[in-house]
Design a protein around this ligand. Structure first.
Ligand code: SF4
Length: 227
């Protein structure tokens, strides 16, 4: 098997040969993922080696560091935000700025240590000015997240913010319709909550985030107790 983009190009040429004139990009991507039979990477180190010089989208032009993620490979709980911010870009680590401090507090409040969970983002390079990542950037970076999930095989994913929730759950529903329940995705339980950076700006949403964290705590306890 070649690399992701070679295989995608091959698949699109195949569609063209069948007489297909145009395929909506998202659909082509989703169908390709289903056809992706390449073996999953064996370790996070393998993904780190693969991503280290990535230029698959324009975000590589302005980044200082690629922020792949942080945490143990055997973590049962994975947090996914949307993209690195300024401090993360400078340090090369996820959630180290003010939003990171709030995430640490959120974890502490439900008795979870940061060192026991894996933390990453949908896109691994900082969008300039902390703007939202664009659909093409998300699409370009998504294979890395998919590979991280395949290696870690978390029992629970907690998405932080709208973009992470919509990407992981492949939906366009608003966040208030996604939070407050447990979703299932490829055998993984998914809980949705607000991004800590959003909570820093709009503190009136904190009580809702507390509810989400209680749900996450209950679920995590069940998973740990089930061995
Ligand atoms: S955001 Fe992802 S796809 Fe884009 S350059 Fe960075 S690592 Fe590559």
């Amino acid at each position: 098997m070649g690399n992701f983009w070679d295989e995608l190009a091959l698949y699109l040429s195949y569609l063209q040969a069948l007489g297909v004139k145009a395929v909506p990009r998202k659909k082509a991507f989703e169908r390709f993922l289903k056809l992706d039979l390449s073996p999953p990477p064996k370790s996070l180190a393998e993904i780190a080696a693969e991503i280290k010089d990535c230029t698959s989208c324009n975000l590589h032009r302005t980044r200082h560091h690629i922020v792949l993620g942080e945490g143990p490979e055997e973590a049962r709980l994975m947090f996914i935000g949307e993209a690195p911010g300024r401090e993360e870009d400078l340090e090369g680590r996820p959630f180290v700025g003010r939003a990171g401090q709030l995430l640490d507090q959120m974890l502490n409040s439900i008795g979870i240590r940061r060192a026991e969970v894996y933390i990453t983002n949908v896109v691994k390079c900082r969008p300039p000015g902390n703007r939202n990542p664009e659909p093409a950037e998300i699409e370009a970076c998504l294979p890395y997240l998919t590979k991280q999930i395949k290696v870690i095989r978390p029992r629970i994913i907690c998405t932080l913010g709208l973009i992470a929730a919509q990407t992981v759950l492949a939906t366009t529903k608003p966040l208030n319709r996604l939070r407050g329940k447990i979703h299932q995705k490829e055998g993984i339980k998914v809980v949705v909550t607000y991004h800590p950076a959003f909570l820093l700006r709009y503190s009136s949403y904190k009580p809702l985030a507390v509810e989400d964290l209680k749900l996450l705590k209950k679920l995590y306890k069940e998973i740990l107790n089930s061995g």
